[in-house]
Design a protein around this ligand. Structure first.
Ligand code: FMN
Length: 358
């Protein structure tokens, strides 16, 4: 089994491992650079960052590493405004705001940072790799990034989405299985129809696409990497296992929740953001699931829950935090990121050496 693949070659990395972008302050420049310096690809989850903050973070990453790294954004989605839905959601959230000692805020000035401006900042910074999720970047923009020397990576949860991304000219496709922590990347058809496991999705994507596939969802160690490569992937994208690393910016209470979580502690929910995402069950998520069908869509609901999540972070109240994590949470450990990368690779080599003996 080859550990040097088309993916490692295109991305310019030593090992076939990508640290998943994780928006919301988790993927600090320290984490991204530690991963890249260790021979894998660090990724900055920049979806919630202003264009100025993206520029600053990239500058900081470049001070800490001269290796390739990725910056990741969310492709904007269409949504309908419904003041009545917002009113009802805020009514349901009133008890939590009372508990946290905060008032229902006024209308947010924006639901999500302006994508076109964010992308301009990414282009101006001429980052080595740009990855995205929630949609397909227009072929013209993909072409401009590639002309700029940036490798482009899209996210698919079905073969149909993978083909669409390939058609739009990306260099690689992340196949996101249903085990994955965080938001579902689904953009064609219903979310419910795209709940495909990594084991089933990876070989079908690899068969259908001519560009390399990066397997993602439930992979956290050398066993997962070997399995993904055997299924036809040419690299893996690992999220949850990097979330608990020392350099990760996740709140200590969040890390503790992930380190204490079992394989059956996560669920896919719209409670926090209005878009289906996998996270650890907690009080907010369970109680709000009652209103799940009636919540406003992403990014509206995400903007309206921000004050609750911010206050919960400040007050150390994990029962009100979005604890995004995947089904392989038991495989996460509180280690430095370089140790995680080296651990995955040494376990991989041991498995492959044992194979050769037989
Ligand atoms: C906390 C968290 C935040 C995430 N944020 C993003 C993001 O900003 N962009 C993205 O493309 N994927 C995001 N993901 C999904 C990951 O790219 C990846 O699909 C997932 O982490 C893989 O599954 P695993 O968590 O089991 O390793 C996030 C995942 C987690 C756990």
């Amino acid at each position: 089994m080859r550990l040097k693949t088309r993916a490692t070659e295109i991305l310019g990395i030593e090992y076939p491992i990508v640290q998943a972008p994780m928006a919301g302050g988790i993927t600090t420049p320290q984490l991204v650079s530690a991963v890249s310096n260790a021979g894998a690809l660090g990724s900055l989850g920049a979806a919630y960052l202003s264009p100025e903050k993206i520029e600053q973070s990239v500058t900081e990453i470049r001070k800490l590493t001269d290796k390739p790294f990725a910056v990741n954004l969310f492709i904007p989605t269409n949504f309908e405004e419904s003041p009545e839905k917002v009113r009802r959601a805020n009514e349901s959230m009133r008890p939590y705001r009372n508990e946290l000692g905060i008032e229902t805020p006024g209308q947010p000035s924006f639901y999500a940072p302006p994508f076109e401006e964010q992308l301009k900042a990414v282009m101006a910074a001429r980052v080595p790799v740009f990855s995205f999720t929630f949609g397909a970047l227009r072929a013209e923009l993909t072409g401009r990034l590639r002309e700029n020397g940036t490798k482009v990576v899209g996210t698919a949860t079905t073969v149909r989405e993978g083909l669409k991304l390939e058609e739009a000219g990306v260099d690689l496709v992340v196949g996101q299985g249903v085990e994955a922590g965080g938001h579902r990347g689904t953009f064609l058809g219903g979310f419910g129809d795209a709940m495909v496991g990594t084991m089933a999705l990876t070989p079908q994507l690899a068969d259908a696409l001519s560009i390399p596939v990066i397997a993602s969802g439930g992979i956290a160690d050398g066993r997962g990497l070997v399995a993904a490569l055997a299924l036809g992937a040419e690299a893996v994208q690992v999220g949850t296992a990097f979330l608990t690393c020392e350099e990760s910016g996740a709140h200590p209470a969040y890390k503790e929740a992930v380190l204490g979580a079992s394989e059956d502690d996560t669920v896919i929910t719209r409670a926090f953001s209005g878009r289906p995402a996998r996270g650890i069950k907690n009080r907010f998520l369970l109680e709000m699931s009652e209103h799940e069908e009636d919540l406003p869509p992403y990014p509206i609901h995400n903007a309206w829950t921000k004050d609750i999540r911010d206050a919960a972070r400040e007050q150390g109240r994990p029962e009100f935090l979005s604890l995004w994590a995947g089904q392989a949470a038991r495989l996460a450990h509180p280690v430095p990121a370089a140790e995680l990368v080296e651990g995955i690779m040494s376990q991989t080599r041991t498995i492959l050496r044992d194979e050769e003996k037989h």
